[in-house]
Ligand binder design. Structure first.
Ligand SMILES: C[S@@+](CC[C@H](N)C(=O)[O-])C[C@H]1O[C@@H](n2cnc3c(N)ncnc32)[C@H](O)[C@@H]1O
Length: 360
């Protein structure tokens, strides 16, 4: 196989393609992206057969910012006959690894999503046929590769697979989160999604523990603070605006009407710094660097707002500068960045400090 399919937010195909091209070059796997604006996906074609599988094994999915999913695929299947769609699909998967899960998906465009009802229905007979042929294990197995179908139009799909240790665990690459009725803003889902994407579920109780202190820069009206409060944390909420009364009533929130760039925590007992200030991304990245260098927090989640033009270049530059800043100051860290489903003109970055330095 020599094609890899990536899902992304519609409108961000160019950024996704640019990033994949850079990663492929770095791995010395050569090819080129095929990009159509606003389709919600990018197809990368390698010159060499077999390079698709090598890429999805060697390129850590978690290091891709703009891709929501990555899978090796066969060339597009077109004009699937409506009386037997299954046979051509079975023919297309003969050399696939045996899979433990089947996802019949679409890209995230309104047009393609109209096919989701069909996808749901089609999954049932397809799964049976795949199991009959031994392409799918008889029971779902989350440790085995995932078989994907991506319908981009009626009767027209890509068939591919991803590795479960190196993909998005979510259907269509999108975590399904329900907006909590008592949250003060929809932004709350951005931070919740970040927890799901960046922090393994089994580590939540330790890393997002009750009783911890968090600082929320640019907190109003409180969607992000809500997430910390919901996990029984205490929060310094920094913003000149109004915080939702429901959050203040919990007694877990201290509201400071000061500039987020000047706030210093009164006691150095903070685990989490989160930041959703609408500000120049380079400025926010530098501020987060300061917090981690001074060891005022152990983990950070923050947004970098994207400029109108040169979005990929800006992100790359800001992240490289931040990494350099941390390295030059002796901070050991793990950094992940993602264009989350709930992000629009921004990306979300997570940094975990891995050293035990004391606050100063
Ligand atoms: C996108 S809103 C934050 C929404 C919030 N995360 C939520 O979930 O409800 C951005 C906020 O950043 C605040 N902000 C912008 N610059 C700031 C600064 N220098 N210091 C403190 N807050 C700032 C604004 O007042 C605004 O309330």
């Amino acid at each position: 196989m020599n094609h890899v399919l990536f899902y992304c937010r519609p409108g961000f195909e160019k950024e996704c393609a640019g990033e994949v091209q850079d990663k492929a070059n770095a791995l010395e796997l050569f090819g080129f992206p095929r990009v159509k604006s606003n389709t919600g996906y990018v197809l990368f074609e390698f010159y060499q057969q077999g390079d698709a599988d090598t890429f999805i094994q060697k390129q850590p999915y978690s290091e891709l910012i703009f891709a929501r999913q990555m899978m090796a695929v066969n060339p597009l299947l077109e004009n699937l006959p409506s009386d037997d769609r299954i046979s051509p699909i079975l023919d297309a998967v003969v050399d696939f690894p045996r899979c433990g899960d089947l996802r019949v998906e679409t890209p995230d465009t309104n047009e393609a999503k109209e096919l989701l009802k069909f996808c749901r229905k089609f999954t049932v007979p397809l799964r049976q046929a795949m199991r009959g042929k031994g392409i799918l294990y008889n029971k779902d197995n989350p440790k085995k590769p995932v078989l994907h179908l991506c319908f981009i139009a009626p009767g027209c799909c890509y068939v591919g697979y991803s590795y479960s240790h190196n993909n998005s665990q979510f259907f269509m690459g999108i975590p399904r989160l329900k907006f909590p009725a008592d949250a003060p803003s929809r932004s709350t889902l951005k931070l919740e999604e970040a927890f799901h994407v960046f922090i393994p579920r089994e580590e939540w109780d330790e890393r997002l523990a009750s009783g911890m202190w968090g600082v929320d820069l640019g907190a109003c009206p409180g969607g992000w603070t809500y997430q910390l409060v919901k996990r029984s944390m205490f929060v310094h909420a920094i913003d000149n605006g109004q915080m939702a009364q429901s959050l203040m009533d919990t007694g877990q929130v201290k509201h400071h009407e000061v500039d987020g760039f000047k706030f210093e925590p009164p006691r150095k007992n903070v685990t989490w710094i989160v930041c959703d200030m609408v500000e120049k991304p380079a400025r926010v990245a530098h501020l987060m660097g300061d917090w981690l260098i001074k060891a005022w927090a152990k983990e950070a989640i923050f947004n970098l707002k994207l400029p109108m033009k040169g979005r990929y270049d800006e992100v790359l530059q800001d992240i490289e500068n931040l990494k350099l800043y941390l390295i030059q100051n002796g901070v050991k860290f793990k950094l992940q960045a993602k264009h989350l489903y709930h992000d629009r003109e921004e990306i979300t970055v997570h940094i975990q400090r891995l050293d035990n330095r004391s606050p100063h």
